[in-house]
Design a binder for this molecule. Structure first.
Ligand SMILES: Nc1ncnc2c1ncn2[C@@H]1O[C@H](COP(=O)(O)OP(=O)(O)OP(=O)(O)O)[C@@H](O)[C@H]1O
Length: 335
């Protein structure tokens, strides 16, 4: 059993991930049941306003394993909020598959949607006002969801609320109201509130959006702790690419599809220490489509079509035939 002092020591991402995987396996009933806690397959969301259709999600594929701590990043308008609204049960997709913890988000009834939102998922929003009630102290805010669920005795509720506040590093704020807390402390309390009823998945929408970098890092520390100690799957949606430093996998969304992801893997360095190495991958969908990073497209002025060559261990992508060949310029694809 880890002590609070040990938990609050500066966390090492690799060991936190290891702990999260063990806790998640325990929750799932064995490591062999870890895959696919959240599954999106060919997810489509079309909005229709005044006869105009906006395709916000264009066949998005994403699999998140139980116990993962994952960030979703993307420019404004890329479809992050649309995806989060669907996964949190606030909105229904137009087509495709969206499944979280065995709930089918396309077909679930109003009753299961309510159960899903109350017990299966927790939320942290960017605006504190949406997370905490101003007239309750921090510990009362954490107790409230347990009280509404009517599952635990008053004494147990209070004990758990204090434990959760300790876990996210704001035990000292227990008897203060939100107005007496800093922005970072409020968001860490919000994390404790979100997991009060022991959800399987925690969604955080821009949880550090209004915070400076150092305070934002403390909030990420709280999310890491919840993930590692409770085995809760954590999905953070943000504009902020610096988030990649705090998670093991960052998925980038572009034009309503998953475009690329960065994975940080632990490797043993020459001196025996463990180091985290980041590697960027393009995402290949089931039909073999992939999106080239915008920087690659710009660097070679790729447009309209490209030439592909299959090599023994890789695929080459070269600029393709250009229709607008100027006089005197050779068209490199003609034989
Ligand atoms: N209710 C709606 N009605 C019509 N169009 C919508 C609606 N919600 C989102 N859209 C459109 O869908 C696309 C994706 O929007 P979304 O809000 O999911 O992006 P986002 O990545 O979350 O952006 P931001 O980071 O600015 O919140 C945009 O083109 C947006 O205008």
């Amino acid at each position: 059993m880890t002590t609070i002092a040990e938990r609050n020591a500066v966390p090492d991402l690799a060991s936190l991930q290891q702990r999260a995987a063990e806790q998640a396996a325990a929750r799932a009933g064995g490591a062999d049941r870890l895959r696919g806690h959240i599954v999106c397959d060919g997810l489509v969301r079309i909005f229709k306003t005044e006869g105009v259709e906006v395709v916000a999600l264009q066949g998005l594929d994403l699999v998140i394993d139980r116990g993962e701590l994952l960030a979703i990043v993307g420019a404004s308008g890329s479809g992050k909020s649309t995806l989060l609204n669907i996964l949190s049960g606030l909105d229904t997709p137009t087509a495709g598959i969206a499944r979280v913890a065995d709930f089918d988000l396309l077909t679930m009834s109003t009753k299961s949607r309510l159960r899903y939102r109350r017990h299966t998922v927790g939320f942290v929003w960017q605006q504190t006002g949406r997370n905490l009630l101003p007239y309750l102290t921090a510990v009362e805010n954490v107790e409230l969801p347990m009280q509404l669920a009517g599952r635990r005795s008053r004494r147990v509720r209070r004990e758990r609320a204090r434990e959760l506040l300790d876990l996210v590093g704001v035990g000292y704020c227990a008897d203060r109201r939100p107005g007496q807390l800093s922005g970072g402390e409020q968001q860490r309390c919000a994390v404790a509130v979100a997991v009060a009823n022991d959800p399987e998945v925690l969604f955080a929408d821009e949880p550090t959006g209004e915070l400076d970098e150092a305070t934002g890092a403390e909030v990420f520390g709280a999310l890491q702790m919840i993930n590692a100690e409770l085995g809760v799957t954590v999905v953070v949606v943000t504009h902020d690419h610096a988030v990649a430093d705090h998670v093991r996998r960052t998925v980038a969304i572009r034009d309503g599809r998953t475009a690329s992801e960065v994975r940080r893997t632990a490797r043993t360095a020459a001196d025996g220490s463990t180091e985290l190495v980041s590697e960027e991958y393009a995402v290949l969908d089931r039909t073999g489509r992939l999106q080239l990073p915008a920087a690659f497209v710009d660097a070679l002025s790729l447009r309209d079509r490209v030439r592909l060559n299959l090599e023994p261990d890789h695929v080459e992508v070269r600029p393709g035939q250009r229709d607008d060949v100027r006089p005197g310029e050779r068209n490199e694809t003609t034989a």
